[in-house]
Design a protein around this ligand. Structure first.
Ligand code: B12
Ligand code: SF4
Length: 501
């Protein structure tokens, strides 16, 4: 049945900057739809919390008063599924509306969200064209069955259409909605009108989609395997498109002092960096951060980027054990590659280097952990260490590996992957029960600061004799890390405001 309802509500979870829904808003508006963007709760990895009944009520109220054609839920991560489920229940019990699901997790597990025939839909990977086609079909009462990338139920069975209509040139998707015209932010039992991004100090942008690497704990390779033949695993925007976005961001986000490039790997196409450097200096001129990879660090590129404001490079190293990196994580860089990458970052004089590690997981022996200590010692500093646990993400290659190697049964693994968000964000395997693993972890952590490093190096040949001292030193290093955090933030603001070197 045809309707003249041209309204679509989109919900982003725990991410007030969510790029996915912002791109969809642009596509829908171009297609003639009015969009309400609901940012449902903000991100907090330290104290993650499930939604409350009051927040669910506010959401239902908001959607009811907008009266959309359907509601789109962006399920990027599995780590907050408990809240997503509560939202689905609240929407289906209180409002009889179709729901559409998308985002990285929904792309990998679309069937999970198909419960009501003719009412529930999922869209895999790029959603711009498919969400417009679905909106048109729902508005006109047309046939949605052949829409590329769409999933739905027919006779109780899931239909998963082939992924299609993906733009090879992602500039064609336009710019994400930087200032969403009609938005609200639901958090702490309140709904606040307006786009929460407008008051941000830091703007998040991606200049490309996809990653060339195949790490076993990350969904990127699994998402890449979904792409139709001929679609490149990494698609890069033009410098012009990125600059247009940043110019608007600078204009509308009045407090902006910093830019985060969240590309899995910052673009390294021939000529791209040179054009970027010239344009960024001319139009943006704000400090910025990028993610890199030991195999992608290039001295000339970093020097150029530094000359126009590159302030921080974040690089995943993950383990100092070649066996863990190669056989478990499917990362093929050598210790020498890693040390050389840290040297380059150091020599180019980038203000801040942050290195990520994933430690104390079921695949790791004490010897592997010790190898991380010895590698970190050889890395060129100063640097910040981000020591994480390992999250088993559904659909990643490391999951069947952990089951095959007997670390978990399939049931145990499911319980781990779909645990509450509090449990998932705190996942450090073996944390409590292995004193030696705890001690070596603390020793690695202490290598970040000159004062704690000096001490720990004195004890490294016989650390068990100094267990209590190492414990105390770790507490001190944590205090230093807190102070360093405030120093870093303050410097970025000052540098941006007063153009300090
Ligand atoms: C950039 C990024 C981030 C940025 C986000 C920046 C921002 N402003 O949005 C930051 C660093 C903040 C981040 C945080 C996290 N991330 Co992240 N992130 C990514 C990354 C690398 C790219 C996502 C992105 O922006 N892509 C570009 C946009 C345009 O694409 P998109 O979001 O996929 O949206 C498109 C489609 O999916 C679809 N779509 C999206 N929503 C919807 C909704 C509907 C209704 C429809 C129809 C379609 C649709 O259309 C969009 C436009 O084409 C992905 C990897 C990947 N390849 O997806 C991981 C990824 C999504 N993140 C992941 C994780 C785990 C997290 C964290 C939980 C990490 C942590 N432990 O803290 C948090 C959770 C944040 C949150 N609340 O969701 C995992 C999720 C896997 C999982 N099972 O959980 C991924 C897949 C990487 C990985 N490790 O495997 N992330
Ligand atoms: S390099 Fe990073 S984004 Fe790419 S596959 Fe590995 S973990 Fe994922």
């Amino acid at each position: 049945m045809e309707t003249n309802n041209n309204r679509v509500a989109l919900i982003a979870f725990y991410n007030t900057k969510a790029l996915g829904v912002r791109y969809l808003e642009t596509a829908l508006r171009k297609g003639g739809y009015d969009v309400d963007l609901i940012f449902y709760k903000s991100f907090n990895s330290v104290h993650p919390s499930k939604t409350t009944q009051q927040e669910l009520d506010l959401l239902v109220q908001r959607v009811r008063s907008f009266n959309p054609l359907f509601v789109g839920l962006s399920v990027m991560s599995s780590m907050y599924l408990d809240t997503v489920e509560l939202v689905i229940d609240a929407l289906t019990q209180n409002l009889d509306l179709p729901l559409a699901f998308g985002g990285a997790f929904a792309s990998m597990f679309p069937q999970r969200f198909l419960r009501r025939e003719g009412r529930d839909f999922a869209i895999r990977t790029d959603g711009e064209h498919a969400i417009c086609a679905l909106s048109d079909a729902l508005r006109t009462g047309g046939d949605y069955s052949a829409i590329p990338s769409l999933c739905y139920l027919r006779d109780g069975q899931p239909v998963v259409n082939d992924i299609g209509q993906m733009e090879a040139d992602i500039d064609a998707y336009g710019l994400p909605a930087i200032h969403s015209e009609r938005a609200c932010f639901i958090e702490h039992d309140k709904a606040v009108e307006g786009d929460p991004q407008l008051s941000t100090l830091s703007y998040e942008v991606i200049a490309s989609r996809g990653c060339p690497f195949t790490c076993s704990y990350c969904c990127c390779v699994n998402l890449a395997r979904l792409l139709p033949q001929g679609v490149k695993h990494v698609r890069t925007r033009s410098v012009h498109s990125v600059m247009e976005e940043l110019k608007i961001a600078k204009k509308v986000c009045k407090k902006l002092v910093f830019v985060h490039f969240y590309d899995e790997i910052f673009p390294n196409l021939p000529g791209w960096v040179d054009e970027f450097v010239a344009e960024y200096k001319k139009h943006i001129n704000l400090p910025f951060t990028i993610w890199s990879h030991p195999k992608m660090v290039d001295e000339e590129v970093l020097r150029k980027l530094k000359s126009v404001g590159l302030t921080e490079v974040i690089m995943g190293i993950q383990s100092g054990s070649p066996h863990i990196r190669r056989d478990v994580f499917h990362r093929y860089e050598t210790n020498e590659d890693i040390i050389e990458a840290t040297r380059i970052i150091h020599d180019t004089g980038v203000f801040w280097a942050s290195y990520d590690f994933m430690l104390r997981h079921p695949f790791e022996s004490l010897e592997d952990l010790q190898q991380t200590y010895w590698l970190v010692k050889k890395m060129h500093g100063p640097f910040e260490l981000q020591l994480h646990g390992l999250n088993f993400l559904p659909g990643t290659d490391i999951v069947p590996m952990a089951i095959e190697q007997g670390h978990f049964t399939a049931e145990e693994m499911d319980a781990v992957m779909y645990a509450s968000m509090e449990d998932q964000f705190g996942a450090y395997w073996k944390r409590e029960n292995e004193p030696d693993s705890k001690m070596w972890y603390a020793m690695i952590y202490c290598l970040q600061f000159p004062s704690t490093r000096k001490k720990v190096e004195q004890w490294e040949s016989d650390p068990t004799a100094h267990r209590a001292e190492i414990d105390a030193l770790y507490t001190k290093a944590q205090q230093l890390a807190r102070r360093r955090y405030y120093y870093k933030k303050a410097r970025v603001v000052l540098k941006s405001k007063f153009h300090l070197g």
